[in-house]
Design a protein around this ligand. Structure first.
Ligand SMILES: Nc1ncnc2c1ncn2[C@@H]1O[C@H](COP(=O)(O)OP(=O)(O)O)[C@@H](O)[C@H]1O
Ligand SMILES: CC(=O)N[C@@H](CCC(=O)OP(=O)(O)O)C(=O)O
Length: 313
């Protein structure tokens, strides 16, 4: 027999708000159960150990809640740091790293050997879930050479790739086995070379191929700012059409992210969201609370529905 300590009743009352928070998650748990969510974890969002640990908790929480999370990760700052250690400079053209064969070796080493290993280790601290791979494995991502566009001109930036094909076989097998795939943004070229792929682009391609419920991009700002850098007002929601009009005004960094979100939503992904990876548990807050944070891109409204609405009005 156990006797409840004095004051237990009062403690129960303070526990009620916690229960309410859990109940707030119920409609989202119902809605997203069994659904695939592709999460892009950016290098700038992974500079802090506490944040990385919280991210791992969130992803494992999603897995236990019955979702099917897939991680596609970057590691731009980590690649640049390693290049610097080796006495090599980083050059970017239109937001893409100029990638010589020497640079490519470092990109592959840092993404697959360092960043991915660390994420896999953090996730597996919670159970036997994470399996690391790169886009090269099992021909998961196939790329062709990508040129950067500067003032309407095509510029050769070396071994940078654009994804032309995604084979989801290995990823789906892992998901069906209850695992969490952690994929580095490196792809095998049609020509047999290994290509460096922007991680936002890779995540969007994976979300489309899996026809995911959601693409979530974690980054180092609160979301898409209305008029950056003049304003830091965050756009909480916009349609694909509205985003398309905004794209030409976006600066590098945000451009591949929003291009990826647009591509995803236009090609059948339910929604695409850009979140502040500097906020602990931003992933859980976005998916399981009514408030939501960051920027959400939704598909264009169905024109037929608009006509019916208009007709009834
Ligand atoms: N409209 C915008 N809204 C928010 N950030 C923007 C915008 N345009 C450009 N940026 C820049 O994009 C950056 C995010 O891209 P990036 O640094 O490549 O992140 P990550 O490493 O997460 O991929 C922001 O820190 C900001 O400097
Ligand atoms: C072609 C290209 O630029 N590739 C990126 C790949 C990593 C990446 O995208 O990392 P973040 O998401 O942290 O920016 C790079 O080499 O930095």
């Amino acid at each position: 027999m156990q006797i409840a300590p004095k004051g237990e009743q009062a403690r129960n009352n303070t526990a009620l708000p916690k229960a309410r928070t859990l109940i707030e998650a119920l409609p989202w748990l119902e809605r997203f159960h069994g659904k695939t969510v592709v999460i892009k974890f950016g290098g700038n969002a992974m500079v802090d150990d506490e944040l990385k640990a919280a991210f791992a908790q969130d992803v494992v929480f999603l897995r236990y809640a019955g979702l099917r999370p897939v991680i596609v990760h970057g590691g731009g700052p980590q690649i640049s740091a390693q290049l610097e250690k080796l006495g090599l400079e980083s050059h970017f053209t239109a937001g893409l790293r100029v990638t010589t064969p020497e640079t490519m070796e470092v990109v592959r080493m840092v993404l697959a050997g360092q960043v991915q290993r660390e994420l896999v280790g953090l996730l597996n601290g919670h159970g036997p879930f994470a399996v690391g791979m790169t886009g090269e494995d099992a021909h998961t991502m196939t790329a062709v050479k990508r040129y950067a566009e500067v003032d309407g001109e095509q510029v050769d930036i070396g071994l940078v790739g654009d994804i032309v094909k995604v084979d989801t076989g290995a990823v789906k097998a892992l998901l069906d086995d209850g695992r969490i795939p952690v994929i580095s943004s490196v792809a095998r070229g049609l020509d047999g070379h290994v290509y460096n792929v922007n991680a936002d682009t890779a995540a969007a391609a994976m979300a489309v191929a899996l026809q995911a419920e959601m693409l979530v991009v974690l980054t180092d700002v609160e979301g898409l700012f209305v008029n950056w850098p003049e304003s830091d007002d965050v756009i909480s929601q916009l349609t694909a059409g509205e985003l398309e009009k905004l794209l030409p005004t976006l600066a590098s960094g945000m451009l591949p992210k929003m291009e990826g979100c647009l591509h995803a939503v236009r090609e059948g992904v339910g929604t695409a969201r850009v979140l502040d990876g500097r906020v602990q548990h931003s992933l859980l807050l976005e998916i399981f609370t009514d408030a939501g944070i960051g920027t959400m891109v939704v598909p264009d409204p169905d024109p037929n529905e608009a006509i019916i609405e208009g007709g009834l009005a």
